[in-house]
Design a protein around this ligand. Structure first.
Ligand SMILES: Cc1cc2nc3c(=O)[nH]c(=O)nc-3n(C[C@H](O)[C@H](O)[C@H](O)COP(=O)(O)OP(=O)(O)OC[C@H]3O[C@@H](n4cnc5c(N)ncnc54)[C@H](O)[C@@H]3O)c2cc1C
Length: 367
């Protein structure tokens, strides 16, 4: 059994803490605020590696691997937490509104089918049969049935609950200040000092603000995303609908999430009226009936982005007991099951090497 301090209780820290506690490790999960309050709170929870990752890219491969783990991950999480987790695998429908988009998406459908991924190009009429309220302006769409979405707050809270049931301790309003190699790993916080055999840096965009003794600041920056929750939309959409300017995610409570902006504005988590306007416009362009929906909520979160948009998962060079699990940018929810598995392997086996595209030392900084 290893003692581990997990720094940050967003979706990544929470699922890592649960994975480690399930394996019998002694876990301390600490958060500067409360669990799930970072980018995780704003996330739409779409699971779509074949949209997010370009063909043959590392992101697509990592996302494919993680998506394959999702059914088992959610079933185990529901069992361990005794709570429900919103989870839907009815696929994504990516709309082509221009001739260029139609050419690209029909080509994508053929490429995916050739690679053995179930995917279909649908003409305008077939599209409306599948999801009657999508825009009639669409020339067609790419249907990927294995994609889906997950309720991110329910997932994160279930992971925290399951971790606690397996003996993890959660400390809120306990922000890490620095990490050093004394007596295993020492994490200094505003509330005192914690020591353990190993630690995991899962503080999302804030990971670069925690000093790691002997390491360069981590090249992770915040990219704000805003998202609307639209009320009065029950039954309007059957699955995630995607377009060039954003996406719509139907929820079991009858709301639809409309996201998301991509803004380089530093550590600013405020919402803006400009985002309300542009997201509402985007939503109506994909599903015109949403023009009558009311805005029930607006959320903003800071996506943790590294230089190549890929996560950093691996051991620190400067503090060997520290493992990074951060910089998941637009796909932290999709990549959570894979990340938790990799972190557990790193904790349990000093010689384990994660896949090259996620190793934190690839950016040439001392980690
Ligand atoms: C609008 C929007 C839509 C998105 N949609 C999707 C999507 O559809 N699918 C998908 O896969 N991903 C999506 N994402 C991305 C996804 O939300 C992120 O990749 C993911 O939430 C990152 O999780 P995290 O746990 O690394 O970071 P966070 O959720 O930001 O968690 C970091 C935690 O660390 C804590 N913390 C900060 N500083 C310290 C400290 N010093 N010590 C201790 N704790 C600290 C914070 O309080 C926070 O709780 C979206 C993001 C946004 C903003």
């Amino acid at each position: 059994m290893t003692s581990v301090i997990v720094i940050g209780a967003g979706v990544i820290g929470a699922t890592v803490a649960w994975e480690l506690a399930s394996a019998g490790h002694r876990v301390h999960l600490i958060d500067a605020r409360t669990p799930g309050d970072g980018a995780t709170r704003a996330s739409a929870g779409v699971l779509a590696p074949y949209i997010e990752g370009a063909p043959a890219s590392p992101l697509r491969e990592l996302g494919r691997d993680s998506l394959e783990r999702y059914d088992e991950f959610i079933a185990r999480l529901k069992d361990d937490s005794h709570t429900d987790v919103i989870y839907d695998r009815r696929g994504t429908l990516e709309l082509a509104m221009t001739a260029d988009e139609a050419t690209r998406l029909s080509h994508d459908a053929a490429t995916l089918a050739r690679d053995g991924v179930e995917a279909q190009w649908l003409s305008g009429a077939a599209l409306v049969d599948l999801d009657p309220n999508v825009s009639r302006q669409a020339l067609g769409g790419l249907f990927v049935p294995i994609h889906g979405s997950v309720g991110v707050s329910s997932l994160t809270m279930a992971a925290v609950t399951a971790a606690v049931e397996r003996g993890a301790r959660v400390m809120v309003e306990t922000g890490a200040i620095d990490v050093s190699s004394q007596g295993g790993v020492t994490v200094r916080t505003a509330q005192g000092t914690l020591t353990a055999d190993q630690a995991v840096m899962a503080a999302g965009s804030w990971s670069s603000r925690v000093t790691v003794q002997g390491a360069d600041p981590l090249p992770v920056k915040p990219i704000r995303g805003q998202l609307l929750q639209l009320g009065g939309s029950r039954g309007l959409l059957r699955r995630v609908v995607w377009g060039a300017r954003g996406y719509l995610v139907p929820w079991p409570d009858g709301t639809v999430l409309a996201g998301a902006t991509v803004e380089d504005v530093g550590f600013d988590e405020r919402t803006t009226s400009e985002a309300r306007r542009s997201l509402m416009e985007m939503a109506v362009s994909l599903a015109p009936a949403l023009a009558n929906a009311d805005i029930a909520d607006v959320r903003a979160g800071l996506r943790p982005r590294g230089p190549d948009n890929l996560p950093m998962i691996g051991r620190s060079q400067a503090v060997p007991g520290l493992i990074y699990a951060t910089a998941h940018y637009r796909n932290g929810i999709l990549l959570a099951p894979l990340t938790a598995t990799l972190v557990r392997a790193l904790i349990e086996d000093e010689s384990f090497t994660p896949p090259a595209p996620v190793r934190p030392d690839r950016h040439g900084t001392r980690t």
